[in-house]
Design a protein around this ligand. Sequence first.
Ligand SMILES: *Cc1c(COP(=O)(O)O)cnc(C)c1O
Length: 395
Amino acid sequence: MIWDELETGLAGLAADGLLRRRRVLDSPCGPEAVIDGQRLIAFCSNDYLGLANHPALIATVQDAAARWGVGGGASHVVSGHLRPHEVLEERLAAFVGQERALYFTTGYMANLAVAPTLVERHDAIFADRLNHASLIDAAQLARAEHIRYPHGDLDLLADRLQQSRARRKLILTDAVFSMDGDLAPLPELLELAERFDAWLVVDDAHGFGVLGPHGQGSLAHFDLPPSPRLILMGTLGKAAGVSGAFVAGDHRVIEWLMQRARPYIFTTASSPVIAAALLTSLELIAAGDDRRAHLQNLIAQLRDGLTGLPWQLLPSLTAIQPLIIGENQAALTLADQLLTHGLWVPAIRPPTVPAGTARLRISLSAAHTVEQVDALLAALRACATPHPPLPASPS
Ligand SMILES: *Cc1c(COP(=O)(O)O)cnc(C)c1O
């Protein structure tokens, strides 16, 4: 019976330490979370600038709801494209210095839109092995040849691009790898795209708002020259603190996506209230140098404080600071120990990360204080100290 199979499957997940459990928060997104009546310091969210619960965004949403109502009522290509959506796209394009931008309901949908709409059978996709799941799913949906290169291996990528006879080639990469926090070598990738006549699709979910001057993102961080080969995806539910995503680039690419991308056409536009909130969020991001400077200080504080502890810290300069633990159960145990100290850090396990690399994914936000990061460091030090051996039991 299929239900028995599901039960066996669920029992298997439990035995492997892979069951996911949702916690119910009785508080807004922020450094302090209330769960089951307990107040925890949370290092879980991607709200890197602390905007998700910002008073200016809340006020914008209230005003926008009064002016525009709540629902868009239809797809953007029917009657769901309201003025706030249109203005948002203009501002986004200007902010990231691209010709045009298209707003999507989520980053997952934006990624599902790009590759499958630009390439098809007889084309080829070249993708970093550590890319986000949505890029992997997009490549599968695209039905093009899907070549996955080892993380950051530019030589291998160059070889495969050289050998390829595909008519259209698409290089897909995270800009900041979501579970490791490191940066893709974007200038070198763009050079390869130019040399081998390919498009470079950059998923900047974790760089937008955080990296580069004014938080313009990873392309600005590397000071990449404008190029019609670049297609930028940025999400708006992380540093921007709201929800949604955008794809920006050459106006012909964006027009084609608007005309043809199924995840754009066959879904209801997100609320105009969300678009209005994002306009305020963009202003806060642009004026957010203090927030970004504080975040960088917290990152340095955390990394300094973690040296000498038994777990491997990955070389990340971003708000994502993973501590590699190894086994699933060990990562879960450490996360549970931290909970008893009032600290909430998620244990990330396969299939989100490769087997044997289960980790604590510490994510920092400009909303955290120095004291909160100190509390995390003190608790990790306490957990790292081996417990004294139990007295031998009489036999
Ligand atoms: C979060 C994330 C996405 C998906 O964005 P959503 O707006 O949450 O759907 C895509 N790519 C990367 C790298 C991400 O981290």
